[in-house]
Ligand binder design. Structure first.
Ligand code: FAD
Length: 487
């Protein structure tokens, strides 16, 4: 089946050129060679116009939180892609930006001899802006293709303010999209033309990432204008590692997901969020594997559309609980960011949350910590310090501790606006899954987004849901955790 129209957006008014040298796919979000609607669409164009296919994967240095940790993870993925391209009828050009602006120059130059260009749709403002600006510069058609989630982002014409309302919408509308998965291997078709030869000025001015980057000689990153102080995390990026993590989850942890997923010490969640963030795995692939694992059939789907969390898919309670996170919660954040430009601002919170936080803005703060003290885990709360240190060292934090982490930053900041800025700064810098739509929905959730008002009102929090380290201590084997991650 071809890529569904609802996932394709035409970004300018130019037609494709029949005499171009190649179809250019600019890969910047769905950084993988399978289960990728944008790559599939580019391959469809290549066959239709009988042009070779050129895949350019770019890694920018200009984004505010580009740093060694994120670059290492992304480069692992580029190395996997380079390896997997062997034997395929398409060219793969991995490009690591050495100074801001180079990606845009490279794409503009390549666009001059392209038949048309396909790229990824990503809902954050920088990606929307960059693709729109490229569309305006290109002399040929640019299409933006949505591989983000099971529900196409354009299937709804608005954001959802609660998981419940999105769940109801999904229950009514998801089935046709669920049955229309992207191809596992869109490059498998032997009718693609041999890879193109690029103009020599491309290799000279914008050299492809060489072995120094792709084979792990990481000293190569030292000269890049990116954050040099956030070292790499132990977890390896790339589609191969992502598939291994999925295998382990299905085999060893899924059976405990519903009962133990809120217990940080049990570690039964999938750990897939960094791979989803970097596009090394697709939610379609995860869902398909899970449905196969459970021998699911579309007739299992319940006809009830009450927004119920379980008993909807006709799967085990563990699988239903997992899909609720992967589809409902994850896509809630993606939809929110697409439709709301204020997704990372205080005035993007619900009115009731802003009002209650402002009502309590002048409440005395028994503890106030500055950014530096928080960054280095120098608070009076050993559990919080340990959580911050896990984030700093490993780039990951269990969802339950992450909620507590955010709530305490609210409690220890001079204003809620400052708390939001601090959460964004620390999360986006250190978390391997940071700078994702769900970074802003998770942080927004700490401040009341997608949640409801709670009573009784508390100092600083007002009606915002409260969490305490003491309660968390009942769920976590605190002593061991604190000893392991002490600053
Ligand atoms: C303060 C704060 C900051 C957060 N920052 C991020 C972030 O930067 N990037 C990010 O992807 N998530 C973020 N989250 C959401 C959540 O913590 C992570 O998605 C989850 O911990 C990832 O672990 P996992 O892959 O093992 O999840 P699993 O439990 O295995 O879930 C599978 C997938 O479902 C999605 N998911 C799970 N929980 C949530 C959730 N609460 N909201 C949205 N999607 C979810 C993720 O894509 C996840 O990989 C944040 C939450 C909070 C409270």
């Amino acid at each position: 089946m071809p890529v569904p129209d609802i996932r394709i957006e035409t970004c300018n008014n130019h037609p494709p050129r029949n005499d171009g040298s190649y179809i250019l796919y600019w890969m910047h979000t769905a950084r993988r060679l399978g289960w990728n609607f944008a790559l599939q669409r580019a391959a469809e164009w290549a066959k239709k116009l009988q042009r070779p296919l050129l895949i350019v994967e770019t890694l920018p240095c200009a984004s505010p939180h580009a740093n060694l940790r994120h670059h290492h993870f992304a480069l692992d993925g580029m190395a996997d892609n380079a390896r997997s391209m062997a034997g395929h009828l398409a060219a793969y050009y991995p490009f690591v930006e050495r100074k801001p602006g180079q990606i845009s120059e490279l794409l503009t130059e390549l666009g001059k001899t392209a038949s048309m260009v396909v790229t990824d749709l990503h809902p954050l403002r920088e990606a929307l802006r960059d693709t729109q600006q490229l569309a305006a510069r290109l002399p040929v058609l640019l299409e933006r293709v949505d591989s983000n989630g099971i529900l196409p982002l354009k299937a709804a014409d608005r954001e959802f303010t609660t998981a419940y309302s999105l769940r109801r919408f999904l229950q009514r509308n998801v089935l046709p999209h669920l049955l229309h998965m992207p191809l596992a291997d869109p490059l498998a078709d032997a009718s693609l033309m041999p890879p193109p030869t690029l103009p020599t000025n491309i290799y000279e001015h914008w050299p492809a990432a060489g072995d120094d980057f792709l084979t792990g000689k990481r000293g190569a990153l030292r000269d890049l204008p990116i954050g040099q102080h956030t070292g790499s995390a132990a977890i390896k990026g790339g589609s191969d590692s992502a598939c291994q993590a999925l295998d382990v989850f299905l085999r060893e942890h899924l059976a405990l997901y519903e009962s133990h997923r809120n217990q940080p010490q049990r570690d039964v969640t999938s750990g897939l969020s960094p791979f989803l963030r970097w596009g090394h795995i697709s939610s379609h692939q995860i869902v398909q594997r899970l449905l196969d694992h459970e021998s699911w059939h579309p007739s299992n789907l319940s006809l009830e559309t009450r927004g119920q969390r379980s008993g909807w898919w006709g799967l085990s309670t563990n699988a239903e609980a997992f899909l609720d996170q992967l589809i409902t919660w994850r896509e809630l954040g993606y939809l929110f960011c697409l439709w709301r430009d204020d997704y990372d601002r205080f005035d993007g919170l619900p009115d009731w949350a802003q009002a209650t936080l402002l009502d309590h803005a002048a409440d005395p703060r028994p503890y106030l910590y500055n950014r530096q003290e928080l960054d280095t885990g120098q608070t009076h709360d050993p559990l919080w310090n340990a959580a911050q240190m896990q984030l700093v060292r490993e780039g990951q934090l269990h969802n339950y501790l992450r909620m507590l982490w955010g709530k305490k930053i609210l409690q220890w900041s001079a204003t809620p606006q400052q708390a939001m800025a601090t959460m964004i700064e620390l999360n986006d810098r250190y978390a391997l899954d940071g700078c994702d739509p769900n970074s802003y929905s998770g942080i927004g959730w700490v401040l009341g987004r997608f949640d409801r008002a709670w009573g009784p009102q508390r100092p600083i929090f007002g009606k915002i849901r409260y969490m305490s380290s003491r309660n968390t201590a009942r769920k976590v084997a605190v002593d061991q955790y604190i000893a392991r991650y002490q600053p």
